[in-house]
Design a protein around this ligand. Structure first.
Ligand code: ATP
Length: 339
């Protein structure tokens, strides 16, 4: 069995002695070929975590292993770690053509292997016909695929992608993301993607790690983290969520929306996460006033006022309610308690 592409053991990074660490006892194990996303608000430590893994920075405590080899003590420099990097700004050499850009990362290979490896990688990313072009003669998406080829050509144990799609417009971003995912799958390369785009995280990864204050708040497959958020932070950062307080008694809780069924039994004061798609119009439901609505094509997002709380609700119902109207709503399915 091959070793795990990456293991982080209690990694801590502190920039100033008086302040809390930016990376705080981070532990993480990546499986072979796994695509993991680090997601979280600005400043939560995502880029710092990548820099530590890449060897562009050193942890104050803890250990990092890449493909079974410890890289922290003794410190192994970035070029010796077997880690590929792709950044937001492509960082291609403007004076080199596509093929030369890819060859650049292969200087460690015996001369005779370099050209075949570069050409094979360009074929993998579908850019063989562009090999003689200069970077400025390519679209943004194509340049990003060259950057990917350059990072993949040395066959790294692990690829690190820091906001690689954020310079692309929405449509190209979507297509490039799928291409990159497909290429990583075909080359069975494990990768960590850093993004603050939650939709990208859900669509791209096998597992999402939600970071907050230098720690992982929750980690798991996208559908699990979305469907079973453990904390209010996770519920509201990943997708939209209505956080409603209530009093639980077993499988039910009493809330401003009346009796709500719970996913897991509880007792006493609770905080519930109810997704906007879990709310529905119901003739016998709780009265709510339409404060605003946003038409989204497939559905409409309503901002509803119930007592002193504003709630969000998605509805694909053809009947559209106007601002100021009073509607009746109910919770569809079970609510989840969060910390
Ligand atoms: P963003 O999404 O905005 O890129 P991030 O999650 O990637 O944010 P980091 O760039 O890792 O966050 O930064 C985490 C924190 O560490 C920030 O508060 C930042 O100011 C601080 N920080 C990062 N690098 C240094 C440094 N070299 N010296 C001091 N503080 C730093």
């Amino acid at each position: 069995m091959s070793p795990n592409p990456l293991v982080l053991e209690n990694v801590t990074r502190r920039f100033s002695p008086g302040l809390p660490p930016v990376i705080d006892g981070l532990s993480l194990t990546l499986q072979e070929g796994e695509l993991l996303t680090l997601l979280g608000p600005s400043g939560c430590g995502k880029t710092t975590a990548l820099r530590l893994i890449a060897g562009l920075d050193t942890p104050d405590e803890g250990r990092i292993h890449v493909a079974g080899r410890e890289v922290t003590r003794p410190f192994l420099p970035p070029e010796k770690r077997g880690v590929g990097l792709v950044f937001q700004d492509y960082a291609l050499f403007p004076h080199l053509n596509v093929l030369q850009n890819v060859l650049f990362g292969l200087k460690h290979l015996p001369r005779a292997q370099r050209l075949p490896r570069a050409q094979e990688t360009l074929a993998l990313v579908g850019l063989t016909v562009f090999e003689g072009r200069a970077p400025h003669q390519l679209s943004g998406g194509q340049q990003q695929r060259v950057a990917l080829a350059r990072a993949l050509a040395p066959r790294p144990a692990l690829l690190l992608l820091d906001e690689p799609f954020s310079n692309l417009d929405a449509q190209l971003r979507h297509a490039t993301r799928q291409d990159v995912r497909d290429i990583l799958r075909r080359s069975a390369t494990a990768a960590i993607l850093v993004t603050h785009d939650q939709e990208e995280a859900l669509a791209f990864s096998d597992r999402v790690a939600l970071m907050r204050g230098g720690k992982i708040e929750q980690i798991g497959p996208p559908a699990h983290v979305y469907g079973q958020p453990e904390t209010a932070f996770v519920a509201s950062f990943l997708g939209r969520s209505n956080l409603i307080s209530g009093t639980a008694q077993g499988q039910q809780a009493h809330t401003i929306l009346g009796q709500v069924s719970l996913q897991t039994p509880a007792h006493g004061p609770v905080m519930l996460s109810i997704r906007p798609e879990q709310l529905t119009f119901h003739p016998h439901g709780t009265p709510a006033r339409v404060k605003a609505r946003e038409f989204g094509g497939r559905d409409t997002l309503y901002h509803l006022q119930v007592q002193d709380q504003e709630l969000l609700m998605y509805s694909s119902h053809p009947q559209v309610h106007a601002e100021g109207e009073t509607v009746n709503i109910a919770v569809n399915g079970v609510a989840r308690t969060v910390r």
